[in-house]
Design a protein around this ligand. Structure first.
Ligand code: HC1
Ligand code: SF4
Length: 571
């Protein structure tokens, strides 16, 4: 252990602790724009400089290790002056259209400038570093980039994609793509993890709210909305609720106020996915089909697989994702029940995921010329619409989803958590294979934030080997092991983002990035709490799903189900 003094207070910390970490233990928050533990290299922004007694100059707290007897000052006049100067330089090279920036009031740079008394920018900088990239769902503004490198690190080290990197030197340095092409033409998987980690507004999702407003104003359209499982435990953060708070009732009420003709739920079609995917798994196991079966509901993962693991394309489940299944049913079965023209049904999705915008626009995602999904907005965009409409979200009375696409089981709900799709599938597959209604339904081995989770489940005398890859970075590790013949499974769940959809690129921005893991854990708990409170916790027990098969689809995996609910991917 090492003893030191920070701002006059004694503290003892383990060897190799940085000054930044030691100060945190004393509740001293040294600001930094670049450093993210385990993700980004320390020391590029220099905002965290501190004074060390006896040393010349100032030193970055994120990159300087403590040693016995060190005396540190984190807010001396030399530090404050240097910090101010560094921020002025960053601001000089930053597009300062703060009022029209989507990150206004949630921008780390803006907060730091306020806190450090920046009122004028004394330097002439460079704010014409490139054009706005609007080629796809991820919008990049190089003129707002502060070169912190967090996006580059998350894209390469966590997501294993490397769609963006630093280019050029000196004043021309920028973060860009290969050949400076639009992100849409790159290997980018649209996961939006770079958006969430960006301290400023240099990365954003494409804003599709106007498209939704226009549809809502069009009297010829019948506009229905679905909300993904993970939205309900995060939307509240935009309105002051603690992470993980279930605001489903208020969310439904807000959607009604916005004018949607029907408010439905993606949890319903998550249940539907389980029926189809469970059936596919049993078929492949019993009839010698391609194994392992790998889930296909995360569009970021699908694109990653197409780019990097085409030898596993045939392993992907042919099931469309719940988002897409919902749209296909909303434009086929639902119109027969609601007596509306399917061509007039306009389907809006509220998703925690930026890649869902890309998925909805994929060529494969339509039936008989009708696109499954017409518009996708993120959790953040929904919050924006609620604010635009002047709705006092906090004070709304809870409301319930509409019939017939709004009823769901606990299994459909936990889809939003890493391991949730696997657990939901096992609940159904185990019942189907044993012919019983099993009581033991919590598959805790596949829960939690570990990168790769494995389990062997004993069902009806059969050992089913399963694995869960939490994020594409972990998927690559798992698939490499399978390629090398070092591992083998019957069924694998892959979600594109670490933690699953609860941590999707469209979820509310976590301003204090050091709390990210706590926020993820709270959202995960929120979904498991809903699961426990559900009357039905298995997808095949959802009465509205049973009715859908009885009245319309016929058999799971049958002709109609295939036409509407399945697809195929090509490398
Ligand atoms: Fe997801 Fe899914 S769980 S992919 O994370 O399979 O986005 O929440 O809607 O489609 O249901 C997202 C979440 C979501 C789909 C489901
Ligand atoms: Fe990388 Fe994901 Fe951002 Fe694309 S969206 S640049 S894959 S982090």
């Amino acid at each position: 252990m090492v003893n030191l003094k920070i701002d006059g207070f004694d503290i003892t910390v383990p060897k190799n602790t940085t000054i930044l970490e030691a100060a945190k233990k004393l509740n001293i928050d040294i600001p930094t724009l670049c450093f993210m533990k385990g993700i980004n290299e320390p020391g590029s922004c220099r905002v965290c400089v501190v004074e060390v007694e006896g040393w010349r100059g100032l030193h970055p707290a994120c990159a300087t290790k403590v040693f016995e007897g060190i005396v540190v000052k984190t807010a001396s006049s030399a530090v404050r002056e240097a910090r101010k100067n560094i921020l002025e330089l960053i601001m000089a090279n930053h597009n300062r259209e703060c009022l029209s920036c989507p990150r206004n009031l949630k921008c780390e740079l803006q907060t730091l400038c306020n806190d450090n008394g920046i009122d004028t920018i004394p330097y002439e900088g460079k704010v014409d570093k490139g054009c706005l990239d609007t080629s796809g769902p991820i919008v990049r503004d190089p003129n707002k980039c502060v070169l912190c490198g967090r996006c580059v690190s998350v894209c390469s080290k966590i997501q294993d994609v490397s769609a963006i990197d630093f280019a050029f030197r000196g004043a021309n340095m920028t973060v860009t793509t290969a050949y400076e092409e639009g992100l849409a033409s790159q290997e980018c998987i649209n996961c939006g993890q770079c958006i969430k980690i960006c301290p400023v507004g240099a990365l954003q999702e494409r804003d599709d709210t106007e498209k939704v407003w226009k549809a809502l104003e069009n009297p010829d359209l019948h506009v229905v909305v679905q909300t993904a499982p993970a939205v309900r435990v995060a939307l509240g953060e935009e309105f002051g609720f603690a992470p993980g708070t279930n605001v489903e009732g208020k969310m439904v009420a807000a959607l009604r106020r916005l004018g949607f003709d029907k408010v439905f739920d993606t949890n319903f079609s998550a249940d539907l996915t389980i029926i189809e995917e469970g059936n596919e798994l049993i078929n492949r196991i019993q009839n010698g089909g391609k194994l392992p079966l790998i889930t296909s509901c995360s569009p970021g993962w699908i694109k990653y697989c197409e780019h990097n693991y085409h030898d596993f394309i045939e392993n992907l489940s042919s099931c469309k994702s719940p988002q897409q299944m919902f749209g296909a049913i909303a434009k086929s079965y639902y119109p027969t029940k609601a007596d509306v023209d399917p061509r007039k049904v306009f389907v809006v999705s509220v998703m925690p995921c930026t890649a869902k915008k890309y998925e909805a626009d994929r060529e494969e995602m339509s039936v008989d010329g009708l696109k499954d999904i017409d518009a996708v907005i993120t959790t953040r965009e929904l919050a924006k619409m609620i604010r635009q409409a002047g709705i006092k979200f906090e004070e709304l009375e809870d409301s319930k989803q509409d019939s017939i696409l709004g009823t769901y089981s606990g299994a459909g709900t936990i889809f939003g958590n890493t391991g949730g799709v696997m657990e939901a599938a096992l609940r159904t597959v185990a019942d189907k294979l044993t012919g019983k209604s099993l009581d033991c339904i919590e598959y805790t081995a596949v829960r939690g934030l570990d990168g790769i989770k494995e389990a062997t489940v004993n069902v009806a005398g059969m050992e089913i080997k399963v694995a869960v890859a939490n994020g594409t970075g972990n998927a690559s590790k798992l698939l490499d092991k399978i390629r090398a013949g070092e591992a083998n499974y019957h069924f694998i769940e892959v979600m594109g983002c670490e933690g699953g959809c609860i941590n999707g690129g469209g979820q509310p921005i976590i301003k204090d990035k050091s709390t990210t893991d706590d926020v993820k854990a709270a959202r995960i708990k929120g979904l498991y709490n809903i699961d426990v409170s559900c009357e039905k916790r298995k997808s095949h027990e959802n009465p509205k799903i049973q009715k859908l098969y009885a009245e319309y689809l016929g058999e799971a995996g049958g002709h109609k189900a295939h036409k509407l609910l399945h697809t195929h991917y090509t490398a």
